[in-house]
Design a protein around this ligand. Structure first.
Ligand SMILES: Cc1cc2nc3c(=O)[nH]c(=O)nc-3n(C[C@H](O)[C@H](O)[C@H](O)COP(=O)(O)O)c2cc1C
Ligand code: SF4
Ligand code: SF4
Length: 278
């Protein structure tokens, strides 16, 4: 089976999951091409037209953001309609993998109508729980510490193995976490105030900590951070993926004026393994 797996990852979890998906599926004889949506978005989608046409199934993977897919996914699939929608002899099946901290509800089903517009039937969807990668002032969570982190990864891998089997066997399994309660709660989260519309206003750079290394500017998938003199400005293009915040080497990015304190942790597990790529 030939699989094209398109993914977006803010802080590395979804990237890691997709790499493991590829390994597990290839061990079972499938051929998996991974494509980063942020790269396709900036460099052009035409490069995947052939891959798309050759594939038996297309996977889409993303981090759950407020029981929804990040805006980049919607923009990408909307743009893909013109380029890939008319490929009559292309794939007919799709699957969705998401990563989340704890609750997704029906967040893995949000792209179903857009996939359908591309002629794809969503057959398998599954959320995978993973550790958050960063601690944020005013919020209670922090990355898991070892060995809980390793235990969570092992559990996720086990679940992924099952999902790879479903995809390769062409089975149908669209999972909604907590059934109708999950759907309702997911709807509530999507109907509520949108973090992604506001967070760019909350971000800033701590004047004493920021060294103007510009790593955050280079790594932002949306080109949403601009340098202004000796400072940085976040713009409305920001879609709240937290990559800049997570990977700033000086812990200099502030949220509502607050920078990370000693009790906040920053997980660089993925950076040490090549994410985000240079
Ligand atoms: C803006 C935003 C909203 C989020 N919303 C949810 C959510 O509704 N439920 C959840 O379980 N996790 C939520 N998370 C956590 C991420 O889904 C989770 O950490 C994910 O694995 C990150 O993947 P990535 O490292 O590939 O970006 C949210 C994270 C961000 C940045
Ligand atoms: S990555 Fe951190 S230190 Fe470097 S420019 Fe951005 S905010 Fe400043
Ligand atoms: S500014 Fe930061 S949080 Fe916003 S899209 Fe860019 S990397 Fe993500």
């Amino acid at each position: 089976m030939k699989i094209l797996l398109l993914y977006f990852s803010g802080t590395g979890n979804t990237w890691w999951l997709c790499q493991r998906f590829k390994e597990l599926a290839e061990e079972r004889g499938a051929e998996v091409a991974l494509a980063s949506i942020e790269e396709l978005w900036s460099e052009g989608m035409r490069s995947i037209v052939d891959r798309w046409r050759e594939s038996d199934t297309v996977g889409v993977a993303y981090p759950v953001h407020s029981s929804d897919a990040p805006p980049l996914l919607y923009r990408f699939l909307d743009g893909a309609k013109d380029i890939l929608g008319g490929e009559g002899d292309g794939p007919e099946d799709a699957f969705v993998l998401t990563t989340m901290q704890s609750f997704s509800g029906d967040g893995a089903l949000m792209l179903r109508p857009m996939l359908s517009d591309l002629g794809l039937e969503l057959r398998v969807s599954r959320d995978f729980r993973m550790s958050p990668n960063t601690g944020v002032p005013l919020l209670t969570f922090n990355p898991l510490r070892d060995p809980e982190f390793e235990e969570q990864m092992a559990k996720t891998l086990e679940e992924l193995e099952g999902t790879v089997g479903l995809v390769l066997q062409g089975k149908m399994m669209r999972k909604v976490q907590y059934g109708s309660f999950g759907r309702f709660h997911g709807w509530l989260q999507r109907a509520g105030p949108k973090w992604k519309d506001r967070t760019w206003r909350y971000f800033g750079a701590h004047p004493d900590r920021c060294t103007l290394c510009l790593l955050c500017v280079e790594q932002c998938p949306m080109g949403a951070i601009v340098q202004e003199g000796e400072g940085l400005r976040w713009t409305p293009e920001c879609t709240d993926c937290f990559r800049c915040y997570n990977f700033c080497p000086e812990r200099a990015i502030t949220v509502k004026g607050l920078a990370m304190s000693g009790r906040h942790r920053q997980h660089t597990y993925f950076r040490d393994r090549g994410f985000p790529p240079d």
